[in-house]
Design a binder for this molecule. Structure first.
Ligand SMILES: NC(=O)C1=CN([C@@H]2O[C@H](COP(=O)(O)OP(=O)(O)OC[C@H]3O[C@@H](n4cnc5c(N)ncnc54)[C@H](OP(=O)(O)O)[C@@H]3O)[C@@H](O)[C@H]2O)C=CC1
Ligand SMILES: O=C(O)[C@@H]1CCC=N1
Length: 266
């Protein structure tokens, strides 16, 4: 358990999910989390758990050591500029989960020499099942150890070069939406061939979980596992080939590159 106080600036979808994951993990106690947003009404579920809800960002920052910024990319610079005087490079570590804003840009806004971390988690962080990619600047060894320990409580963590952060955003953070859409399509198909929606949901989700676990636990390549399922002249290969004729893999690869270009080119 950590006693460092964490301020989450921007308690929206991801900011709240991080607070939930931190509480579930036991890494941080509710009294050591402050979460901010302007319309605080949506944070009552966290308030009930003992988290401090705050409208005043500067107050949250001065009361904390770890400042986790989960604002939208379009207002993060303006909001942080207004908070510059609240930041203390000797005391604070700034962790940004904001898409497309570099560590240099963040450092320029909050102050030269500030310990800056970029982390790219996904919304499964709420249940400690995130994939989080991390890079950092001006961060001491002790701070890195602490940060990795925190994110390790919230799922899997990998350190990457900052130049891969946009790619990490697409594959890991957007990726959860792509995976969910895949599951939804399976549910729709499952209903068409006879299942009620709840049963189809369970079968589709557990099947995807099992497939993922085979890759994660056994460190296998997908095609190695697919080969075990595709009986010659069987129904799996017939379905798979039809999916490929319809552009299944191609549509995913194209979607991923469009998503990436949206971050890089705007
Ligand atoms: N959602 C996701 O799955 C992921 C998102 N990200 C990144 O995380 C960031 C947040 O995304 P997401 O949570 O989806 O966005 P949200 O819009 O849900 O959250 C942003 C929050 O910031 C609050 N906010 C706006 N202005 C201020 C302010 N001046 N002070 C304090 N809070 C403020 C807003 O609430 P209010 O208007 O009430 O103030 C809002 O709830 C983005 O940069 C996104 O790119 C990264 C990975 C995954
Ligand atoms: O869609 C978005 O822009 C954000 C970034 C990653 C997930 N959601």
């Amino acid at each position: 358990m950590s006693t460092k106080k964490i301020a989450i600036i921007g308690g929206g979808n991801l900011g709240s999910a991080i607070a939930q994951g931190l509480l579930k993990s036991g890494f941080t106690q509710a009294q050591d989390i402050i979460i901010t947003k302007r319309n605080t009404g949506t944070l009552s579920h966290l308030q009930e758990l003992g988290v401090t809800i705050e409208k005043d960002n500067a107050k949250a920052i001065t009361q904390s050591e770890i400042i986790l910024v989960a604002l939208k990319p379009y207002n993060v610079k303006e909001v942080l500029q207004g908070l510059k005087s609240a930041f203390d490079p000797k005391r604070h570590v700034l962790i940004s989960v904001v898409t497309g804003v570099s560590m240099n840009e963040l450092e320029q806004i909050v102050g030269e020499g500030m310990a800056v971390v970029r982390a790219m988690p996904n919304t499964a962080i709420a249940i400690q099942e995130s994939m989080t990619c991390i890079c950092h600047k001006n961060v001491s060894e002790e701070q890195v150890t602490w940060i990795m320990k925190m994110f390790d409580q919230l799922g899997a963590t990998v350190s990457i070069d900052e130049k891969l952060m946009d790619a990490a955003t697409v594959l890991g953070a957007c990726g959860i939406a792509y995976a969910l859409r895949f599951i939804r399509a399976n549910i729709q198909g499952g209903i068409e061939i006879g299942f009620d929606v709840r049963t189809a949901n369970l079968i589709a989700a557990q099947t995807v979980k099992g497939a993922a676990e085979l890759l994660i636990r056994e460190k296998r390549h997908p095609e190695e596992e697919i080969d075990k399922v595709t009986t010659p002249k069987g129904c799996t290969i017939a379905g798979l080939n039809e999916m490929e004729h319809q552009g299944f893999s191609s549509s995913l690869i194209k979607g991923i590159t469009v998503s990436y270009n949206k971050i890089v080119k705007g």
